[in-house]
Design a protein around this ligand. Sequence first.
Ligand code: TSJ
Length: 641
Amino acid sequence: MSDETKVTQEYGGEQIQVLEGLEAVRKRPGMYIGSTSASGLHHLVYEIVDNSIDEALAGYCKHITVTINPGNSVTVTDDGRGIPVDIQPQTGKPALEVVFTVLHAGGKFGGGGYKVSGGLHGVGASVVNALSEWLTARVYKNGNIYEMKFARGQITQEMKIVGKTDKTGTEVTFQPDPEMFDEVIYSYETLHERMREEAFLNAGLSITITDAREEEVQTETMCYEGGIREFVEFTNKKKTVIHTDIIYMSGSKDDASAEIAIQYNDNYNETIQSFANDVRTPEGGMHETGFKTALTRVLNAYGAKVGIIKGDDKVSGEDCREGISAVISVKLTDAQFEGQTKAKLGNAYIRTLVEQIMGEQLASYFEEHPATAKVILEKAMMANRAREAARRTRDNARRKTGLESGGMPDKLQDCNEKDPALCELYIVEGDSAAGSAIQGRDSRFQAILAMWGKMLNVEKARADKIYGNDKLSPLIIALGGGIGEDFNLEKLRYHKIIIMSDADVDGAHIRTLLLTFFFRYMRPLIENGFVYSAVPPLYKLKRGKTERVAYSDEERDLVSAELRGETGAKVEISRFKGLGEMDAVELWDTTMDPEKRTLRRITLEDARKADEIFTVLMGEQVEPRKEWIERNAKYAINIDI
Ligand code: TSJ
């Protein structure tokens, strides 16, 4: 057999195989690209672009363009080395032809191939070719422009040189076959979004997306030197971040690498976007598992070390992820995609790699950025408390359901009226004051909730103790609107919530505590102006049988002068030591009667300040707390007056 005959025979065999292969793709396109709907249609573009990204990952390509042409064909170009055009010894055909005619040929030919290959599905260019009405490939290489054409996978023009060039790169244009797809109209939005993602995931790579279908051409070039750091920044763009720096970690082992970027915002949901070889893994997998484990571990360890987390306390994984925006991107040679939709990464060693990177780098990041570490830890602690409180409320509500007074706490003396807009809840500190309030109130619309029969030692009590014991659950149940993210203003049972506490340091503590609680867990209450502070009088003035009260020193002097008149008779002035001292009638007359009372509406700013003060009061160190109390004793007394 002559050499020529041999080649011809082999060529024949190959050709049959190729035809069978591409025919299989056209028979069952869904098997190769997931579906024949819009998702499959767009998938064609991603398959082609993946090849250019591989070239970029190998370090040879800087710029990729994706253009939707009039008629919905798509052109993808890159400035890489150009698909090899030399004749492969095994097939006797140009590598370029093999790429477009043999299934699974992408990246597995030529010099070394690629270490890390992008395409999830790895079906490559031949599948796109099989599903295209026509496809044209041009390669800029060796000073020449090579061109080859196909229709529905079949060669319509053998590879030939069509011109000279001093550039290198690849250009592929394909027209999706309307026989193969439910619809063949590309969405610029969809492609734009995916290309932006690719640009974020490959720092420094420039991708231009263009829609040239309309007269008014749309185009955008995306290039992010910061890579996934900028991805996280982008995710948080419309949110309020709680630290400005972006935590970035990266590392590699053997042929696998991982990078992670994190920044927290002030809301409650977690946004973790994970990728393996630039392919989104919506169901997570080993890289996400490693991330979560390490985050929880490092936060707890750091918190315990610096004393923010005490004793046996721990923040849970969920606590650590409230408000997080994170991007995890791993690259590996043997990615195993698992699950029904192949949306989950299965390689176990990636979990170890991510855990190692974060174990080392996140811990040292926290050491070097203690302020960032602190806000994150405090957010996690708050999440922890809210979760605990919510759980207790649920338990409590369950326990109480079916008991008399509609499952309301025994500490609550409810009013008769049911319309929340007309109802007032007085939160009263101490049993004796509550007694007077219950007797003195107008029970048609005024409800009384007694809190802290015995003054809670706020100074000694740790923050979590206050939330942890049952002190606040009667309040939560009485208000009826729930707590935290579940808080529902429409279920609120009172539209006036009035804190009635003494005008002294203890009273200020109680107000601070309640306002902090509302600010953190029921903020809409304050935002909607439902929270008030009662204004009890400071002085009682007596002349003979005439009694008056005064709410301030100035008023005391005025009233005193008035009572004395010109006679200079003796006026007895006494200071109210506390609400408990007033009888029911006095309390009604001076503090609760809507006709005469003064209420001070609590603003968001008041509550925010309370939250700040609370943090100092609950802080670790005793000295600053003492100092603060001394410094602010007067202010604290006057805080609501
Ligand atoms: F999908 C595709 F094949 F059609 C396609 C491939 C489409 C586009 C737009 C670009 C590419 C592509 C392929 N860009 N760059 C490359 N590079 C190679 O194929 C290549 C080049 C040189 C060598 C070498 O070892 O010298 C190896 C390879 C794999």
